[in-house]
Structure formats: structure tokens, C-alpha cells
Write a protein that binds this ligand. Structure first.
Ligand SMILES: Nc1ncnc2c1ncn2[C@@H]1O[C@H](COP(=O)(O)OP(=O)(O)OP(=O)(O)OP(=O)(O)OC[C@H]2O[C@@H](n3cnc4c(N)ncnc43)[C@H](O)[C@@H]2O)[C@@H](O)[C@H]1O
Length: 276
């Protein structure tokens, strides 16, 4: 029995199936999925259905694209030109799929395996325990009758920085932005959303969240996705970047947590950043 963590699938169902074949995924194995299961890619509906059917064999965390799908489902935001969510929105099992998706966590941690998974990252000032408690604040709302109101207030880049005084929607938006959208931040956790490329796009005074020397999660094993331009190289001990830009034509990656072996399958999407 092995546990494999897989980076952002974004509806690249065929590549996902190829990767499962490559790792010889069996009934006794487990999957961890870093979020952004859907959108931009061609087969988001098949991807969701497949992962839902895996039941207890799979653990996932919500990514920004999964949250966007839920917001569109609630009719909170208009679809974007680049969205490929129509098939899900027209599916007979839409309600069932969305109810299931809404129950999923923002952070998953396993003390036996000694790994934590989150879509974007954990800000420097938060421990794993603290991040888990914050994630639960959002998860509790998502699982409640206030979910629709949450999506009405979810979008936006402000507040830029955490404060223990934050309350209500601002507090929940800030937690969501850290866990599902962060790339660069200051040591105090101030966020910057404009820079989406590789490390060369790092703004002055900011570092990738996982590079802060005094971050409270230093030494913890953390898996994350979200940042395709990193091309799977976080270059920091114990931190594993698994979004290798399948949707941008590069590859889909799995990491076997038991022995840290990597498995990769080429993208079948139009190439935007393929390096060969
Ligand atoms: N609270 C909230 N507030 C606001 N919006 C919210 C939200 N919650 C959810 N959302 C939603 O989030 C969605 C995405 O918003 P976007 O604004 O489009 O998000 P993004 O940062 O581009 O993130 P993405 O997840 O697509 O990242 P990726 O690294 O693949 O791609 C990032 C960039 O990397 C580039 N890239 C990929 N591979 C690269 C490479 N190898 N080299 C260089 N650049 C590369 C790509 O061109 C791309 O531009 C929207 O639908 C939005 O509505």
C-alpha cells in the first residue's frame, strides 16, 4: 500500500489516467490531490466524478479554481472566458458533485505519514496546527447554510495581511487567500497577487512563502500545488511543489510519500511553457 500526492489536474483527465497507470495505482493505494481538480482543461466533469467515486481512497484540498466552480454554481460570479466548467454545470449530477466538493477541506494533514497538504501554501507566521484551525473556520462555513454568503464575499485581494483582529468575511477571505492563492509574501505575511511567474518575478521585499527562514512550518513536510511556473522545484527542504503545469502543456506529477519517488506523465494539452 502506497500514498501518492498528485499536482493540479485542472480537468486533464487523460493525463491523470495515464499517471495512475504509470504508478500502477491499486485498490490498496491512497491518493492525495493538491486541489484545482477542475477548470481550463477539457475533462473537468470526468475528473470530479472519478475522484468522488474513489471515496476514502482519496484525500483532496480545495484550490482557487475549485472554489471558483462552487461560486459559479451558486451563481455568485460570472464565468470567465477561460473557464471550461459548462459540462459540470449542465451535468445531471451537478448538485451531488457540488455538495461533495463543498465538503472538502482546505488543508489535510496526516501525523502518521508526517505530511501536510494545502493548495497554495501556509504563511510564515502560522504553524501547521494554527493553519489547520484557520482552515476549519472556512470549512465550517462552506459546510453550513452560509456557504452562498461566503462566496459572495470570497473574491478580492484585501486585506493583504493577517491580523488576529480580523473578523467576519474579511477574516475568512484572508484565510482563503493564504491557503488557496498565495505565492509571494513578506515575513509578516503581506500578500502580493500580481506576480504569477517564476522566481524571477519576485517583487522587492517579498519571498516565496516557503523560503522565509523563520517560518513556523520550517522542517515540516508540506505538499502544495497552485504555482505552475515553479515547474515542480520549490528548492527548499521538506517542501514539495507538485503543480508542474499539465494544463499549460508541461506534465502531471505524482510524488510517492512513502519513499519520495517522483512519477511524471507528459501533458496532452497545447504547449505554452513546455521545456522539453
Ligand atoms: N478569493 C479569490 N479572489 C479572486 N479570485 C479567486 C478567489 N478564489 C478563487 N478565485 C478564482 O481563481 C481562478 C484563477 O484566478 P487567476 O487570477 O487566473 O489565477 P492565477 O493566479 O493565474 O492562478 P492559477 O491557479 O490559474 O495558477 P497557475 O500557476 O496555473 O497559472 C498562473 C500563471 O502562470 C503562468 N505559467 C504557467 N506555467 C508557467 C511557466 N512554466 N513559466 C512561466 N509562467 C507560467 C500562466 O501563464 C498563468 O498566467 C479564477 O477563476 C478566480 O475567479
Amino acid at each position: 500500500m502506497a500514498t501518492y500526492a498528485i499536482g493540479d489536474i485542472q480537468g486533464c483527465f487523460d493525463e491523470f489516467q495515464n499517471l495512475l497507470e504509470l504508478i500502477n495505482f491499486g485498490q490498496n493505494d491512497k491518493l492525495w490531490l493538491c486541489g484545482d481538480l477542475v477548470n481550463r482543461g477539457p475533462k473537468s466533469l470526468q475528473t470530479l466524478r472519478f475522484i468522488k467515486e474513489l471515496g476514502v481512497q482519496a484525500h483532496m484540498v480545495l484550490g482557487n479554481h475549485d472554489l471558483h466552480l462552487l461560486a459559479v454554481h451558486y451563481d455568485i460570479t460570472r464565468k470567465k472566458k477561460s473557464d471550461t466548467l459548462d459540462e459540470i454545470l449542465c451535468a445531471p449530477d451537478r448538485e451531488e458533485l457540488m455538495q461533495w466538493l463543498q465538503q472538502q477541506p482546505l488543508l489535510h494533514t496526516d501525523s502518521r505519514l508526517n505530511f501536510t497538504m494545502v493548495h497554495a501554501g501556509i504563511p510564515p507566521g502560522w504553524s501547521i496546527n494554527n493553519a489547520q484551525k484557520k482552515a476549519q473556520e472556512v470549512e465550517n462555513i462552506l459546510r453550513s447554510a452560509k456557504a452562498q454568503a461566503f462566496f459572495e464575499h470570497m473574491y478580492g485581494n484585501k486585506p493583504e495581511k493577517w491580523s488576529n483582529d480580523l473578523k467576519g468575511w474579511k477574516r475568512l477571505r484572508t484565510i482563503t487567500n493564504y491557503l488557496t492563492r498565495m505565492r509571494f509574501c513578506t515575513p509578516e505575511g503581506k500578500l502580493e497577487f500580481a506576480s504569477k511567474g517564476g522566481l524571477e518575478t519576485q517583487p522587492d521585499g517579498f519571498l516565496p512563502w516557503y523560503k522565509h527562514p523563520h517560518r513556523k512550518t520550517a522542517g515540516e513536510n508540506i505538499i502544495f500545488g497552485h504555482w505552475a511556473a515553479l515547474q515542480g522545484a520549490a528548492d527548499t527542504q521538506n517542501v514539495y511543489a507538485l503543480d508542474t503545469g499539465c494544463i499549460w502543456g508541461v506534465k502531471l506529477t505524482a510524488l510517492r510519500l512513502d519513499d519520495l519517488s517522483y512519477y511524471r506523465t507528459p501533458s496532452l494539452q497545447k504547449s505554452a511553457f513546455a521545456t522539453g
